[in-house]
Ligand binder design. Structure first.
Ligand SMILES: [Zn+2]
Length: 372
């Protein structure tokens, strides 16, 4: 191998020799290893070369135009040493171009004659970049600097950028309305702030709308609602019982609709929600609604159309484990009790990552009521 960054990736039985040069790939969560180039020697001594996943041949890359078509014992070392010395063309990794490429639809559709390349880090003037905008005809390997095709493409890229920038600035509403799908990461600070305000306004108006609807339902319940007397209650219970076989026929065991019917029926029969044993799936569904919107859950529960577990019941589930700082033995125990068979997991399923969002804790602002 020409240097320590090379590795032999040939699979046994060896039908071809696969030599890879590895480098780094920077991600928001850390640095990964990445294959920079793969040099494959086939059984008939012909070779192929892939750089950042793109096929490179002597006809489309001037840096290797002197490579012969087949590999021999005499020239293999020379070829590998030459590949090791060559650099990957950094193309145009400037943040503004990358930002445009991530936002512009043409790049995603492949309609622009350049692509966003993030398969491995590139180096430009000693600085590392995790992403670059590369022309489709890029030569990929160069002795130094950039390839001639990327250099000549720069003028078009700058023109494209100035048009894109104007379009973003001239139609800010496109990116700042609450329904915009543009990722906030790509917006400048003033545009991001506008987007934040429009989202805030949308939340406030939705909350007001919800409140109005809750009042409306409550008022309608009060004025038009009918108190069911014991006889009618008995009749309704009988109808529910009579219809149960047809419901069973219609919805198979284990389906959500059947579970819903069973739970509501059980509650009607028991008449006292305290004796009710809720199905775990039903509890999960209720927690899902409640965690999305507590007010919506309350509105559904108070409407009386269907019976749902009380807040106290749900609280027992959400506060099953008392949260605290550091590793919690109860959480670890729960994970162990899930009886995950480690041997049956795939390699990627065994990787665990711990993520921390940024946080700032002000003294006396938060307190633990259990510890006071
Ligand atoms: Zn290039």
């Amino acid at each position: 191998m020409p240097s320590r960054s090379w590795t032999d990736q040939s699979k046994s039985p060896v039908s071809e020799l696969k030599l890879c040069k590895v480098g780094e790939r920077t991600r928001s969560c850390g640095i990964d290893g990445a294959v920079i180039l793969t040099f494959t020697i086939k059984s008939d001594c012909c070779w192929t070369l892939n750089v950042h996943g793109k096929c490179v041949t002597p006809s489309n890359c001037s840096a290797i135009k002197h490579f012969s078509q087949s590999v021999t014992v005499d020239n293999v070392n020379e070829m590998l040493c030459c590949l090791d010395k060559l650099k990957v063309c950094p193309a145009h990794p400037e943040e503004r171009f990358v930002r445009m490429a991530k936002d512009k639809k043409g790049f995603r559709d492949g309609k622009v004659s350049a692509v966003l390349d993030d398969s491995a880090d590139v180096n430009l003037n000693g600085e590392k970049h995790c992403c670059t905008v590369r022309t489709k005809s890029c030569e990929m390997l160069v002795p130094s600097g950039k390839c001639s095709r990327c250099v000549s493409y720069r003028a078009s890229l700058r023109t494209m950028y100035s048009h894109w920038e104007k379009s973003v600035l001239s139609s800010p509403t496109k990116h700042t309305t609450s329904s915009s799908r543009t990722n906030v990461r790509y917006l400048s600070t003033p545009l991001g702030r506008k987007r934040y305000h429009s989202l805030r306004a949308r939340i406030t108006s939705t909350e007001r709308k919800l409140e109005r609807l809750v009042h409306k339902i409550e008022a309608s319940n009060k004025s038009k609602g009918v108190v069911v007397d014991d006889d009618l209650h008995q009749d309704l219970s009988t109808i529910v019982e009579e219809q149960t076989p047809s419901i069973h026929k219609l919805y198979p065991e284990g389906s959500y609709k059947r579970l819903f019917w069973e739970q509501q029926r059980e509650l009607v029969l028991k008449q006292n929600s305290k004796q009710m044993r809720w199905h775990p799936t039903f509890i999960k569904w209720c927690l899902n609604i409640k965690l999305h919107s507590s007010a919506a859950y309350e509105a559904i529960r108070d409407s009386g159309f269907i019976s749902l577990p009380s807040n106290r019941t749900l609280r027992d589930y959400t506060h099953h484990i008392k949260s605290s700082t550091g590793f919690l033995p109860e959480v670890t125990e729960q994970l162990i009790n899930r009886e995950i068979k480690v041997d049956s997991l795939k390699l990627y399923e065994k990787h665990v990552s711990l993520c921390w969002d940024e946080m700032r804790i002000k003294e006396n602002l938060v307190y633990d009521k259990h510890g006071v």
